[in-house]
Design a binder for this molecule. Structure first.
Ligand code: ADP
Ligand code: MG
Length: 270
């Protein structure tokens, strides 16, 4: 299978890192879900995260924007840095972190308000002073975000329609990506963003993600190995809470360095 997208291959280990974890361990109560995770995820590329169900992919992703911590039982040891800044440092606020990091989930989850207000929702929270943005500014923001996700032409005549009716799943997922962009995040985390979509929708959203590459650092969980192979620059393989291998995608799929990686990509795990 040939990669569909043109990749940047760089051996430049000094490239700026978007995410770095050091000896990251995580427990849900007494159950340990992550073990000594040391990752260096480069800026501006797409990194995919693969591994069997339950290996800790979502846990790792949710640690990066600290949504795991809403669960009182979660305990973390080790550090996570975004652009070399420790996300747990007392000087870093959650609001600041959430501005830097956007998250896309498995099921598209637009809010039951208009398409336009969905796009403006996060922006209002982060930017609004006293409750208002000028109409012309709002219009510009909405159009730019919807153009970036290749959705503008389909929805420009129905911006005031409710986003939860009349949009396909693919369009909803694009909208969920669009609403992150006005906040100007640096990192986009995506947890199986295509798993609810049909093959055509998957291809369209993959194409969009590839479009966003360069402007954002993207970490995408997928159980679809063809997708990881087609549409990521680097790939991380996890197994039972540990990182087994992190390599340029072509290398990981063609000449995996570990037996476990080879077994997984050849379909010997669930
Ligand atoms: N909220 C939670 N409480 C307790 N255990 C959890 C919770 N979320 C996930 N786990 C467990 O942590 C492990 C990793 O889960 P997860 O990160 O969701 O894996 P993946 O996304 O790779 O399928 C699994 O064993 C799962 O059962
Ligand atoms: Mg998961």
């Amino acid at each position: 299978m040939m990669p569909r997208f043109q990749r940047v291959v760089s051996a430049d280990s000094s490239a700026e890192l978007a995410i770095q974890t050091r000896d990251l361990n995580l427990w849900y109560g007494t159950f340990q879900a992550l073990f000594d995770v040391n990752l260096k995820i480069r800026q501006g590329i797409i990194t995919s995260l693969i591994g069997p169900s339950g290996c800790g992919k979502s846990t790792l992703l949710r640690s990066v924007d600290r949504i795991n911590e809403r669960l009182g039982s979660v305990r973390i040891k080790g550090t996570i840095e975004l652009f070399r800044q420790d996300i747990h440092a007392p000087t870093v606020s959650l609001a600041q972190l959430r501005k830097q990091v956007g998250m896309v989930f498995q099921r598209p989850n637009p809010l039951p308000i208009s398409i336009r207000e969905n796009v403006l929702f996060g922006y209002r929270i982060h930017h609004e002073k006293g409750g208002r943005i000028a109409r012309s500014e709002a219009d510009g923001i909405v159009e730019e975000a919807l153009r970036q996700v290749l959705l503008w032409d389909q929805v420009k005549d129905r911006l005031d329609h409710k986003a939860t009716v009349g949009l396909s799943l693919e369009e909803m997922q694009k909208l969920c990506i669009a609403r992150l962009l006005p906040v100007k995040p640096l990192i986009l985390l995506m947890d199986e963003p295509c798993s609810a979509l049909d093959p055509r929708g998957t291809a369209a959203v993959e194409e969009l993600i590839w479009e966003l590459r360069g402007r954002y650092s993207i970490l995408i969980v997928t159980h679809n190995m063809a997708q990881a192979r087609r549409a990521s620059d680097e790939c991380i393989f996890m197994l039972m809470g540990r990182v087994v291998e992190h390599a340029p995608t072509d290398q990981l799929f063609v000449v995996p360095a570990h037996r476990e990686t080879a077994d997984y990509i050849e379909g010997r795990y669930g």
